[in-house]
Design a protein around this ligand. Structure first.
Ligand code: FA5
Length: 373
């Protein structure tokens, strides 16, 4: 900038000559008009309005002018800068509008595209069946109990009156859990039944006790149409004053009626379980052949092995020895217990002829059951 000088003549200052100012203004306006993007406009803005632009330098010269010349020079530069800023703002608005229009086209969402491109899974029907069973019992005032799948051998067998020589303890049925040193007698097994939850419930709570528990159990069974080595059972236990076999019968009949319906016949067969006396097994008429395959080699039934019935589970009046092992007074209380196979219930509920379909994890099996909750 030139030094202040009283005799300074603005006409002599090159930068303040009107034609120079107009040229700088016109160049700026032309540069803005020529910018085709916001980035280009930004560069033009720096070049034509920044500190080193012709108009900024000219503006700075005003300070050095004698007072009488400042107003005219100020007006000249001010008008030029006003025109430049106006042209800049106008082009800015245009380019922003162009960008917004482009983005709207480029990023448009096609609302007609199918929304479910990633196929969803579905809850396994055994899970929803377990919840339905629990709901049925909760509605009858039962509480939900649970126990671990790796269970103490004592709870899985001894406390249930299954002596050390009971055949169910043999290697054919039970997955024993090895001890850390590799020896087979860790005292733990993969539970073969949910019945240890009976003991756990009785040890936890004095009667009256009404508890139900659904969970996985493990047996060294071969996989076939009606067996799998990992399956689920629902265990129920009721201990109170005056409980009879009749209460047990009514409870199971209600459960079967709610879950499967009343169309198929139920059969009660005397049986033996060391932890119940008397004991029974509950069978449901085969939903595939409805008994027509029995004694009829021309029409065999794979689902019930031509027996006409599918076993749902075992039950009985709790053996007083089990009550004693669980700290319950058998003189005052009696109870019933039952253990039913969930896979068998599901087979009957949804006409699944082969249990292998349930365990293979194929979503095509699961999907048709929908999202029952
Ligand atoms: C028991 O497991 C006894 N704990 C049931 C019980 C509980 C009796 C309380 C008395 C009082 P069982 O071994 O029969 O019983 O098995 C019960 C049910 O589990 C069978 O009827 C069947 O429905 C189901 N089940 C047994 N083995 C398999 C298997 N390998 N695959 C699928 N379901 C099975």
């Amino acid at each position: 900038m030139s030094a202040p000088n009283k005799s300074y003549d603005p006409v002599e200052v090159e930068a303040l000559k009107p034609e120079e100012v107009e040229r700088a203004r016109d160049e700026a306006v032309a540069a803005f008009a020529a910018a085709t993007s916001l980035d280009e406009l930004k560069q033009a803005k720096v070049a034509h309005t920044g500190d080193r632009s012709a108009l900024s330098l000219a503006n700075r010269e005003i300070g050095a002018l004698p007072p009488h010349a400042k107003a005219a020079a100020g007006k000249l530069i001010g008008q030029a800068r006003g025109a430049v800023n106006q042209a800049l703002a106008k082009r800015q608005t245009e380019l922003e509008a162009e960008r917004d229009a482009r983005v709207l086209v480029e990023e448009a969402v096609d609302v007609t595209l199918p929304y479910d491109r990633a196929p969803r899974g579905a809850r396994h029907p055994l899970t929803t069946l377990a919840e339905r069973i629990e709901d049925t019992f909760v509605a009858m005032g039962y509480s939900i109990a649970s126990g671990p799948e790796v269970e103490a051998e004592w709870l899985n067998f001894d406390a249930l009156n299954l002596g050390p020589d009971h055949p169910a303890r043999s290697m054919q049925d039970t997955f024993f859990v090895a001890a850390a040193d590799g020896s087979p007698d860790s005292g733990l097994v993969m539970r073969t039944q949910t019945s240890p939850v009976q003991i756990r419930s009785m040890l936890e709570k004095q009667p009256p006790l009404y508890a139900v528990s659904v969970g996985r159990v493990y047996r060294t069974d071969e996989l076939d149409a009606t067996h799998t080595p990992v399956f689920r059972q629902v265990e129920g236990i009721a201990v109170d004053e005056g409980i009879t076999f009749g209460d047990l019968k009514g409870t199971i009949e209600l459960l079967v009626s709610k879950l499967i319906g009343d169309e198929l016949e139920l059969r009660w067969r005397p049986s033996y379980f060391p932890f119940t006396e008397p004991s029974a097994e509950v069978d449901l008429q085969c939903f595939v052949c409805r008994g027509a395959s029995v004694g009829n080699p021309d029409a065999p039934c794979r689902t019930c092995s031509s027996e006409g019935w599918i076993e749902l589970g075992g039950c009985g009046v709790v053996n007083p020895r089990v009550l004693v092992a669980s700290g319950v007074d058998p003189e005052r209380y009696s109870g019933f217990a039952f253990g039913l196979g969930l896979e068998r219930i599901l087979m009957n509920r949804h006409n699944v002829a082969d249990m292998r379909d349930m365990v293979e994890g194929d979503v095509r099996f699961t999907l048709p059951f929908g999202m029952e909750i």
